[in-house]
Design a protein around this ligand. Structure first.
Ligand code: NAD
Length: 352
């Protein structure tokens, strides 16, 4: 018999095509009358679409969201928010924009409506990572969790294929680690397997036809399910390594997840054979680690830490940092074992 505790976070999710047109109604549901619209560089078209949908509800805008949520940026946005006397946050963008919205909500307790345009999954988690003086710290609080998420497939159509691949694998990583988490339960298992298979099936379809609306819908739905897993259960070696590499060596977020995931699967394979078998089935390949590596390679995605700018001299330090504090992982964590994993990932070797 399996023993478990399942917690669901209280978020409202609206999913579909053209759902941005329901934003004003969603803001009013939260008693919002004065919206601060939050976005970031490169999101001008999406922000325009959201502004049009919200009309007079928007009283101020901040379009300076940056990767890893620097506190200086949050403070500038907070000044805009206070001067405008905003009573609701609406953000549109990827994990960086969502991070800024969460940082503002944490400081003001304003309700948030988040419109995600990547597959990072942050919109459904009560977790915030912020950077101060180059150091990233993470905290969790119910005040951080967005009240409403509006997924509009139309706003994801502009995400370039390369970013769709890396962001899709970023989502897949949440689902993979949820499956072998000690906190896993029957709900997260089903969500995780569905997310993995949706993302794995959608990415090649998107590569064949970048305008494939159904493939985009599968990716976004997979991202929601995977993000929900991330919010519900603890993560393991993969997330620890990506956090260490992103924070310590300034490597790009989704790309780092994409390179590392096949190698973590290979590392954990000997001690979690049943989970790895289920992941392989969801991916529709004989072996999860090499199958995922081949999928990424076939889509032109990054396969080595070297191409992301990781210095080879930093691998030992990263391995030590990743095992410095204990956390649950299917296979025992040793500095030598993790350094070997990182060396394989640095060289871009196909896992055996
Ligand atoms: P991102 O938000 O930085 O976006 C990457 C780039 O994609 C940006 O230049 C952006 O302008 C562009 N972009 C986004 N959507 C687009 C679209 N539809 N069309 C064209 N361009 C688009 O990257 P990300 O990978 O989504 O998020 C990474 C950040 O999110 C990191 O800081 C990470 O730590 C955080 N994150 C947090 C959580 C959490 O639960 N707290 C979960 C996942 C990620």
């Amino acid at each position: 018999m399996r023993t478990f505790v399942h917690t669901s976070h209280p978020a409202r999710v609206v999913f579909g095509s053209g759902t941005v047109d329901r934003l004003a109604e969603e803001v009013r549901r939260l008693d919002g009358k004065r919206v601060l619209l939050v976005s970031g560089p490169g999101l001008e078209d999406a922000a325009l679409r959201v502004r049009d949908a919200l009309g007079d509800l928007v009283i101020a805008e901040f379009d300076g969201a940056a990767m890893h949520t620097p506190v200086e940026v949050t403070e500038r946005a907070l000044t805009v928010l206070r001067e405008a006397d905003a009573d609701c946050l609406v953000s549109v963008g990827g994990g960086s924009t969502t991070g800024l919205s969460k940082a503002l909500a944490l400081r003001t307790d304003l309700p948030q409506v988040v419109v995600p345009t990547t597959y990072a999954g942050s919109e459904v988690t009560p977790v915030l990572g912020e950077t101060r003086d180059g150091r990233k710290t993470t905290q969790a609080s119910p005040a951080i969790l967005p009240e409403t998420v509006v997924y509009d497939v139309d706003l994801t159509l502009s995400l370039p294929l390369a970013m769709s691949v890396t962001s899709g694998v970023n989502a897949m990583a949440h689902a993979v680690e949820a499956l072998y988490s000690p906190d896993a339960d029957p709900v997260t298992d089903r969500q995780a397997l569905d997310a993995i298979s949706r993302i794995a099936r959608a990415l090649p379809r998107l590569a064949a036809d970048p305008a494939d609306h159904e493939a985009r819908a599968d990716l976004l739905q997979g991202a929601w399910l995977a993000g929900t897993c991330l919010a519900t259960v603890g993560m393991a070696l993969h997330h620890k390594l990506c956090h260490t590499l992103g924070g310590g060596f300034d490597l790009p977020h989704a790309e780092t997840h994409t390179v590392i995931l096949p190698h973590v699967l290979a590392y954990n394979a000997p001690t979690a054979p049943d989970v790895l078998r289920r992941i392989a089935e969801a991916l529709d390949v004989p072996d999860a680690a090499s199958g995922l590596y081949d999928l990424v390679a076939s889509l032109g995605g990054p396969t080595s830490l070297r191409e992301l700018g990781m210095p080879e001299s930093g691998l030992a330090e990263a391995a030590e940092a990743a095992v410095a504090t204990p956390y649950p992982n299917p296979r025992e964590l040793t500095v030598e074992g993790v350094e070997e994993l990182l060396t394989d990932a640095w060289n871009g070797r196909r896992p055996k």
